[in-house]
Design a protein around this ligand. Structure first.
Ligand SMILES: Nc1ncnc2c1ncn2[C@@H]1O[C@H](COP(=O)(O)OP(=O)(O)OP(=O)(O)O)[C@@H](O)[C@H]1O
Length: 230
């Protein structure tokens, strides 16, 4: 589904990513774990077409999207759930859900969204900012699913949120997975990553140093935490 091959990136002379190769399959949840400065944001920016100084390739459903501009990547099915969650404060939940353009036949209807996320249905008339952190994250993900995105890119969704909300985010990710959507999760929270993901890539100093299935990841969690310093 999403295939990144030999991706290297630079800021001027300084190389921030070294030949990263990774993939996310249909209905698969994959995390990219690494400490501050490891290169996670750079990789996300390369994926979204926001960083240009790179070599290597990005393919989505067998289409080479390496040189597409950002807005065309979204149209190609790469759904970026942004940090600030991109929710319009003065619009209701439903109005926020009605905004995204439909890019494919797999776009979710409002009914599908409310079935999968009953909390959004219950609050459909509520204003965007009256939602809890977990509900806002739900709305942000639902908005991307409304487009029919094939792969969701979530950048540190658990950051700064209370444990009960982090648990809800796990449920949101599983809902997307069950619908066959691929999820690439950028995370520093190793314990949360272990509860939702099928596979993990560890990034250190711009290199993917390990690729592990969740079973190995859980077994080696303490060692990895120490190694990564997170
Ligand atoms: N605009 C920039 N100019 C020069 N170097 C940069 C720039 N942005 C990032 N870097 C360098 O690239 C490397 C990777 O940084 P990046 O922000 O991708 O890491 P990260 O894993 O996302 O960390 P964080 O979680 O702190 O954002 C670091 O060495 C960083 O200093």
């Amino acid at each position: 589904m999403l295939e990144i091959e030999n991706l290297s990136a630079w800021y001027g002379e300084a190389q921030a990513l070294h030949e990263a190769t990774l993939s996310v399959g249909e209905g698969e949840v994959v995390t990219l774990v690494g400490r501050n400065g490891a290169g996670k944001t750079t990789l996300v920016r390369c994926l979204m077409g926001l960083h240009k100084q790179l070599t290597g390739s990005v393919r989505l459903d067998d289409r080479d999207i390496t040189s597409l501009p950002a807005h065309k990547r979204a149209r190609a099915g790469l759904g970026w759930v942004q940090d600030d969650r991109g929710i319009f404060a003065n619009l209701s939940v439903e109005e926020n859900l009605l905004l995204p353009p439909k890019i494919s036949e797999s776009a979710w209807s409002l009914d599908q969204v409310y079935d999968a996320f009953p909390a959004l249905g219950a609050r459909r008339r509520a204003g965007g900012t009256t939602l809890s952190g977990g509900e806002q994250q739900m709305l942000a993900v639902a908005r991307v699913l409304r487009t029919g995105a094939r792969v969701l890119l979530l950048d540190e969704p658990s950051e700064g949120l209370a444990p009960v909300i982090v648990t809800q985010i796990g449920d949101i990710v599983r809902t997307a997975k069950e619908a066959g959507v691929g999820v690439l999760l950028i995370e520093q929270n190793v314990r949360f990553a272990a509860t939702v993901a099928d596979r993990h890539y560890l990034l250190a100093q711009g290199r993917l140093v390990e690729s592990l299935d969740n079973h190995e990841f859980v077994e080696r969690q303490d060692e990895l935490l120490e190694h990564l310093g997170i």
